[in-house]
Design a protein around this ligand. Sequence first.
Ligand code: FES
Length: 73
Amino acid sequence: MYVCVCNAVTDRQIRAAVHEGASSLKDLREELGVGVTCGTCLPCAGEVLRAALRQDPGPAAGAGLGGTAPAFA
Ligand code: FES
């Protein structure tokens, strides 16, 4: 489904970004453009981000590389 209509960003793209290491809305904004136009999508994008992080904490998690805690700002 589309999460960010303005920039045609889907939940699938957000999950893929999390898999590649995105851990905050700032990361999604920089990588996918989520929320950069009207911002209406930010609450939904945050929910998708949190769900994705629960399922797939990203490449650094559990690797013993000192991964950082997710930031939801
Ligand atoms: S819906 Fe995402 S910036 Fe407008």
